[in-house]
Design a protein around this ligand. Structure first.
Ligand code: ATP
Ligand code: LTN
Length: 332
């Protein structure tokens, strides 16, 4: 028996990875990865709940893999794979769809947001998205799911589904817990700090991408929205823009919010924004360079995702087989 507990998390290749996905999720994957048995997934099946251009989707899945590795996830120690390569995800998700209630899915904030944004394509997959996410998590008997704040509701629904299933059939699924960082769980847009920084955001200035060049990062931070005050103070209600920049600075440098406040006493927003930009440039520089290098070696990336899928599938099948038996499917 493996004494280590298990982590599962994933990101959709629906756009280029942002500083938000790094600070809310990937950074914590890396920090926790030594102490856990880990699965990190590129959830391409989730991505098609919104229309994608096929060639870009394919390209982004591969570059997302390179970025996972560049952020510090060593494929020798972490199972890194592409969701559509492991058919057990689709198979378990069908079963879980039959244990997930219409009312529960209707209450999901992400569904409401995405239906408003994609009013011409409110498809069934967008609605049942959380059942697929529950399958991702439950297949691996996951203990911990490191995600940003916006995904907490989905992990809670996963727990409800697991509980419902276990109550009927006995202990089939491990009960997963969300892991949400104290600082950095919700990075906001630099131009509209009332909105989450998001890779499918249409406003390019609001978003920092992991692969952005230093000059683009600096330009975005210099233009970041602040307020008419002059004090660098953490107040997410009245000073949304400044508080967001403080969160980013604190997560990038490891300094606390208090230390950050003290560091900028008597200095203006101009100096502050440059300091935040520089901290982010230095944080992302080695990641971008490593990812660029990895992208030159496609054969290596192919070998990583093939090996990952093989390992994942073996583990996933164990749970799927149990589930099929429990619900009464005839063994093949
Ligand atoms: P999309 O725009 O396609 O919905 P997204 O940019 O919102 O994508 P996701 O793929 O939904 O990003 O999220 C990937 C992971 O990163 C999740 O764990 C999510 O909670 C986290 N995350 C995404 N954006 C942020 C953010 N702005 N702040 C903190 N965490 C974030
Ligand atoms: N819904 C998540 C992505 C996701 C995920 C998962 C996260 C799909 N399956 C399993 C954690 C565990 C999002 O970020 N939008």
């Amino acid at each position: 028996m493996d004494a280590k507990k298990t982590i599962f998390s994933g990101i959709q290749p629906s756009g280029d990875l942002t500083l938000g996905s790094y600070m809310g999720a990937i950074k914590n994957w890396v920090e926790l990865s030594n102490d856990y048995n880990t699965y990190f997934c590129i959830v391409d099946m989730h991505a098609i709940t919104v229309r994608q251009d096929p060639a870009s989707l394919r390209k982004r899945a591969i570059s997302q893999l390179a970025q996972y590795i560049a952020c510090g996830l060593d494929p020798a120690d972490n199972t890194i794979f592409i969701q559509s390569h492991v058919p057990e995800h689709a198979q378990l998700s069908w079963v879980l769809n039959c244990y997930t209630m219409f009312g529960e899915l209707s209450r999901m904030t992400q569904f409401k947001d995405k239906s408003a944004k994609n009013a011409d394509n409110i498809n069934a997959g967008l609605f049942t998205y959380p059942a697929l996410m529950a399958a991702d998590i439950l297949l691996y008997q996951t203990d911990l799911v490191p995600v940003g704040e916006d995904q907490k509701q989905h992990v809670e629904l996963t727990r409800d589904i697991a509980h419902r299933f276990n109550t009927i059939y006995g202990d089939v699924f491990k009960m997963p817990e969300p892991y949400i960082p104290k600082v950095g769980a919700r990075i906001m847009s630099l131009t509209t700090p009332e909105n989450k920084m998001s890779k499918s955001d249409k406003d390019p200035g609001g978003c920092i991408y992991i692969m952005d060049k230093p000059e683009d990062i600096m330009r975005s931070f210099k233009r970041a929205v602040t307020d008419s005050d002059t004090v660098v103070k953490f107040d997410p209600v009245n000073k949304k823009g400044v508080s967001n920049l403080m969160t980013i600075y604190s997560t990038a440098t490891g300094k606390t919010l208090e230390e950050t406040e003290n560091e900028f006493v008597g200095k203006g927003y101009g100096d502050f924004k440059i300091a935040v930009g520089e901290a982010v440039v230095e944080l992302l520089r080695p990641i971008r360079e490593k990812a660029d290098d990895l992208m030159k070696n496609k054969d290596y990336l192919v070998s990583v995702y093939r090996e990952g899928a093989e390992r994942a599938s073996k583990d996933a099948y164990r749970t799927l087989r149990k589930v099929y038996k429990k619900v009464g499917f005839v063994e093949r």
